[in-house]
Write a protein that binds this ligand. Structure first.
Ligand code: GAL
Length: 424
């Protein structure tokens, strides 16, 4: 209940902000303008978004920014819901997976199929993304990127100082965290917000149970897997790893946790590769300043999400701006330039990896391999495992466990099964 009130309050705030910035502008201004709702407010995210603003400016389109801060987008999605309910559609909104399908089903999305045909999206966008950007045969969203969550981001100088090496198993990772602790460095940089905790737990579940288990539990929502001993062991492992955070982790934003690693105040963050956008913005280089390893036990698979620009059914005079946005978003040059800065990899299969750093090249190669091997899985925490109601129930249970409101792994499993059943 408290969470609901907070989100509602946030939506009200966001809306009053929109009123002040005059989102409902006159038709004359609006037809040359892209109104974009998003949660890209960190340094790395804002730098990436600038690439798009500049591309659109070159085409003669203005930008009406509708930012709603809060990593993972929970607050942004509450604000969007209120806007759509008021009939106040942005040109497009950043969205994740199942949320796109929810809005499409509600009948409020536009139809970009003509643009998609002209640009050949059917051939260049991977099927895993088309599943969420095409609804009943119509393109309703433009995928911007592919992120993955099963990464470790490590400060290289701290790693050298403690004589650490790449952990291959979950136990290796715990041993590495022990070394950092002994050296007086915060071992694990975490922000105690439910979406960050659940994003980390996605990796722990695959590490604990293997790829097939992850898929059955978190993509197929197989009840036997959800209530299994392996899930219980996953919570045991979560309990083990959260012992390595600093006392101030509660409520910390994800990018502040990344900054702890960048500055060498902490050894490692478990986070999606948007964290790399922060390293890039701070002018840090892979292998010199930081290391990107797959979360131990998940090498060979990719737990993904993809930012999509969900395209709303805007009035005719605003469609040209929407088409320009969609075309720019999926152009090959933008896909390279944007994703180099954002930390993600292209949402098209035909973009060369030349401009990407070592972590980006690995991300691109991993995605291709996982796609071929059938080890590309949707992130439950990041909107690609199940519809939003289920993902929210999941985040809630994980967070209650981390913060001690659920005391044992048995209880966590029971509550997880119950919460997912209630949300189905
Ligand atoms: C994710 C999103 C990323 C990044 C991250 C933190 O949900 O896919 O692009 O923005 O949140 O804000």
């Amino acid at each position: 209940m408290r969470k609901l009130m907070t989100s509602t309050a946030m939506a009200a705030l966001a809306l009053s902000g929109l009123a002040m910035t005059g989102l409902t502008t006159t038709a004359a201004a609006a037809d040359k303008e892209v109104q974009m709702l998003h949660w890209w407010t960190s340094g790395g995210e804002a730098a990436a978004l600038n690439v798009l603003k500049q591309d659109l400016a070159k085409e003669g389109f203005g930008w009406k920014d509708v930012p709603v801060a809060g990593g993972g987008g929970d607050a942004a999605m509450t604000a969007l819901k209120a806007m759509v309910a008021a009939g106040n559609y942005p040109t497009a909104s950043q969205m994740l997976g199942y949320t796109v399908l929810d809005y499409a089903q509600a009948g409020v999305m536009g139809d970009l199929t003509e643009t998609a045909k002209k640009e050949g999206w059917d051939k260049s966008v991977p099927a895993a993304l088309q599943k969420f950007s095409v609804y009943e045969g119509k393109w309703v969203a433009a995928p911007v990127n592919v992120h993955s969550v099963n990464w470790l981001w490590i400060n290289k100088a701290v790693m050298d100082k403690i004589g650490g090496k790449q952990p291959k198993t979950f136990d290796d990772l715990i041993a590495l965290l022990d070394k950092a602790k002994a050296a007086g460095v915060t071992p694990l940089a975490l922000g105690g917000q439910s979406w960050q905790e659940a994003t980390m737990f996605d990796s722990i579940v695959e590490s604990t149970g293997g790829p097939e288990f992850y898929k059955k539990a978190f993509n197929d929502l197989d009840e036997a897997s959800l209530k299994s001993d392996t899930m219980k062991k996953s919570f045991d492992n979560l309990a083990r790893i959260v012992k390595y955070v600093d006392p101030n982790y509660s409520g910390r934003d994800w990018n502040l946790a990344t900054a702890m690693v960048i500055k060498g105040e902490a050894l490692v963050q478990v986070m999606g590769d948007w964290a790399k956008g922060e390293f890039v913005a701070a002018k840090k280089k892979p292998d010199t300043d930081f290391l990107c390893y797959r979360f131990p036990g998940t090498e060979g698979s990719v737990i993904y999400n993809s930012d999509m620009f969900g395209m709303f059914n805007v009035p005719a005079d605003r469609k040209a701006a929407q088409v320009a946005l969609a075309t720019a978003t999926l152009s090959k040059s933008f896909q390279s330039a944007f994703n180099v800065v954002k930390g993600s990899v292209p949402a098209r299969t035909d973009v060369p990896d030349t401009a990407f750093d070592a972590c980006g090249k690995k991300g691109i190669a991993d995605l291709k391999a996982a796609n071929e091997k059938g080890t590309l899985f949707g992130s439950l925490a990041q909107g690609y495992g199940a519809p939003p109601a289920i993902a929210n129930a999941y985040k809630d249970v994980v967070s209650k466990f981390v913060h001690g409101q659920i005391k044992t792994s048995e209880e966590a499993v029971t509550q997880l099964v119950q919460a997912i059943d209630d949300a189905r």
